[in-house]
Design a protein around this ligand. Structure first.
Ligand code: PAF
Length: 289
């Protein structure tokens, strides 16, 4: 099957030009860092569903501001030709792939987005400054694309919660939609970083999902039982260097000790497998111990 290629815009002016040709239409947006896989394709499909025939924009930009020195900015995969092909298959209208200078003329912006206390837990504890970088670039991209609806993956759950908060707290006029995590057949969450795993590590990485499933299975017996089961699963798993394993409410606040049975929660995990840092999360329903 042939697919019409999206327009490739690499400057703000080119982006503005293509969008100006579609006035009054509902604009859908999927921000990415490229190295696109099936998970991203599912975000595009969700965005297409949201805007019907309206213009669908995908950005491909590896944002230096969200990487700390020593993180994997330099080795982050850059695969623009393949990314454009994925976008073509998903009926994307515009791929916005700007340079660093185009997004940050004059270097890091003097004004940036303070993500607040939600960014001090989980990912934010290990990666200080990460969410300031994420929210700042997403705010800039929202300003350039001016979408009506933007779709983000639930796989980066803390990111999704923070972007929702930013859009609401700063009245950005964008509807933020969270799309379910796509998984390989053995349960590993799809991620651009999976390509760094060698065959042995690829097998070991499934432990993240097994751990979360163990937590979700035991959650009806309470948070402590869920965490015990999850830690038990981790003890059996070789090659997984745990960063955090936590159960929170869906808004990332702590689960209160008197949470009634049936309380919805989220189990979140981050771990290194080899040199590759992976994250995953699952919803769960908490019962009373
Ligand atoms: O999830 C990502 O790929 C990035 O954090 C995002 C949202 C595109 C911002 O750079």
């Amino acid at each position: 099957m042939t697919h019409e290629r999206p327009v490739l815009a690499s400057t703000r002016a080119e982006l503005a030009d293509v969008l100006a040709k579609r006035p009054g239409e509902r604009v859908g947006f999927v921000p990415t860092m490229g190295a696109l896989h099936g998970g991203h394709a599912s975000l595009m499909a969700a965005a297409r569903h949201e805007v019907d025939d309206g213009p669908l924009v995908v950005s491909v930009f590896v944002n230096p501001m969200q990487f700390a020195p020593g993180e994997d900015l330099d080795r982050y995969p850059r695969t623009l030709d393949d990314d454009v092909a994925v976008c073509a298959r998903e009926g994307v209208d515009v791929v916005f792939a700007p340079s660093v200078d185009e997004v940050y003329p004059g270097g890091e912006p003097m004004v940036s987005i303070d993500p607040g206390p939600l960014a001090e837990t989980l990912e934010g504890r290990t990666r200080p400054g990460h969410f300031r970088g994420v929210l700042t670039v997403v705010a800039k991209l929202f300003g350039l694309v001016r979408p009506d609806v933007a779709v983000f993956g639930q796989k980066d759950y803390q990111q999704l919660v923070l972007i929702r908060r930013m859009a609401a707290d700063l009245c950005q006029g964008v509807e933020v939609v969270g799309a379910p995590t796509l998984r390989e057949t053995d349960g590993l969450a799809m991620s651009s970083r999976n390509r760094f795993l060698d065959p042995e590590q690829r097998l070991q990485a499934v432990a993240l999902n097994r751990t979360l499933r163990a937590a979700a299975d035991e959650a009806p017996h309470g948070v402590d039982a869920a965490l015990d089961a999850a830690r038990g699963e981790l003890r059996e798993s070789l090659g997984v260097d745990l960063d955090y394993l936590e159960i929170t409410l869906p808004d990332l606040s702590p689960v209160p000790a008197d949470a009634p049975p049936g309380t919805e929660g989220r189990a979140l995990i981050a771990a290194k497998v080899g040199t590759t840092r992976l994250i995953d999360n699952l919803p769960l329903t908490i019962g009373r111990p």
